[in-house]
Design a protein around this ligand. Structure first.
Ligand SMILES: Cc1cc2nc3c(=O)[nH]c(=O)nc-3n(C[C@H](O)[C@H](O)[C@H](O)COP(=O)(O)OP(=O)(O)OC[C@H]3O[C@@H](n4cnc5c(N)ncnc54)[C@H](O)[C@@H]3O)c2cc1C
Length: 330
């Protein structure tokens, strides 16, 4: 049973070994960073990579009083080809005076700067690589993503060798293809299945839909399934709708909630969604994720009987309002 996880590979960065450069993978990494913050009192931080750990690090460093710049190679954040989501994250960062620069490829880290940004501390939060070496040595093959390929019993191509968690792929239930989305949620589930089967059981791990959430300051950014661009790349003909609503009744301090849903024009099947807001983003995304598992069509999703009372929701839940809008688009 191989469960070797990932590592943060900083070999692409010249100067990554300097004492003011950190990764955030283990508890020891976190303790080293905290000691540095206490002893050296840095004032300016650069975070390399705007996936969820980078954004959480930017949030924490800013709350600790540092000025923070986030540098991201791609045009978008959170490893999701989604310009609207990026714009929403950027707005929250800017509200807290954190600068986000996309389209910046970092290749070297200088003692006092990264790219042209002066800094005393650097957090590298990119370059995640699955630890597949012992598997490869044992004759286990990796999939196209570079992580270990398994069947739905989490058994590799070598009989009697199982793999799960951050070192392994999982089936993406929307695209129907293996994906590499390393998260604790799926690592736990796939690990149980692999362990049970290694001990003689017959369990299956059907797969994932790529559900995740990150808190950036006071706002939750949650996503599941595919963005419009990801859906297009996967061969669907996506159509989307985006709405703004309140998380609960106005007189119960309802917060602005943005929901975007994506569906396939040809079949009406729901393909993905994002929910952004201070209140209830996880629960609403989980409703969408459940619909993705059930391969629901938008017209069926719109009829879901969801809970309502003014302190908790609105009579039309924001995800249902988004579904109504998406039906019009379809
Ligand atoms: C800062 C941070 C925040 C996160 N937050 C979230 C979150 O909010 N939600 C979420 O779903 N996920 C989150 N994750 C991801 C989650 O932690 C991982 O998906 C999960 O830990 C993966 O479990 P795993 O057992 O596959 O790998 P790991 O937890 O990485 O464990 C692998 C273990 O194998 C060991 N190992 C590696 N190679 C060998 C070898 N050759 N021999 C022996 N041992 C070896 C490693 O040292 C490690 O202890 C976060 C991760 C990080 C780093």
């Amino acid at each position: 049973m191989i469960a070797t996880g990932t590592r943060c590979d900083t070999s692409a960065f010249k100067g990554a070994g300097q004492p003011h450069v950190f990764t955030l993978h283990s508890l020891a990494d976190a303790e080293r960073l905290r000691t540095f913050l206490r002893d050296k009192q840095p004032r300016r931080a650069v975070v390399v990579g705007a996936a969820y750990i980078g954004l959480e690090a930017a949030d924490a460093l800013r709350r600790n009083g540092l000025s923070v710049t986030v540098l991201e190679r791609s045009a978008n954040v959170l490893l999701r080809d989604d310009a609207r989501l990026t714009a929403a994250v950027r707005k929250v960062l800017e509200d807290h005076r954190v600068e986000l620069r996309c389209g910046v490829t970092v290749s070297s880290i200088e003692p006092d700067r990264v790219a042209d940004v002066p800094c005393d501390l650097v957090v590298v939060s990119c370059g995640l690589k699955p630890n597949v070496e012992i598997a490869t040595e044992a004759g286990v093959t990796a999939g196209r993503t570079g992580a270990i390929a398994t069947d739905d019993r989490m058994e590799t191509n070598v009989r009697g060798i199982y793999a799960a968690g951050d070192c392994a792929e999982a089936m993406h239930l929307v695209t129907g293809r293996p994906a590499y989305i390393p998260l604790g949620t799926s690592a736990n589930k796939a690990g149980r299945v692999a362990g049970a089967n290694a001990a003689g059981g017959r369990e299956r791990f059907p797969g994932i839909v790529g559900t995740s959430i990150v808190g950036v300051f006071h706002v939750g950014f949650a996503m599941t399934g595919l963005s419009v661009e990801q859906a297009r790349a996967a061969g669907f003909s996506p159509v989307s709708a985006r709405i703004e609503a309140r998380s609960r009744a106005k007189y119960f301090d309802g917060k602005k909630t943005t929901v975007e849903l994506v569906a396939d024009r040809a079949t009406g099947r729901l393909l993905g969604g994002t929910v952004v807001g201070e209140d209830g983003a996880a629960g609403r995304t989980n409703v969408i994720a459940t619909a993705l598992h059930a391969r629901m069509k938008v017209e069926d999703f719109e009829q879901l009987d969801l809970a309502y009372a003014p302190p908790f929701s609105t009579v039309w839940d924001p995800v249902l309002i988004a579904a109504q809008q998406l039906i019009k688009e379809l």
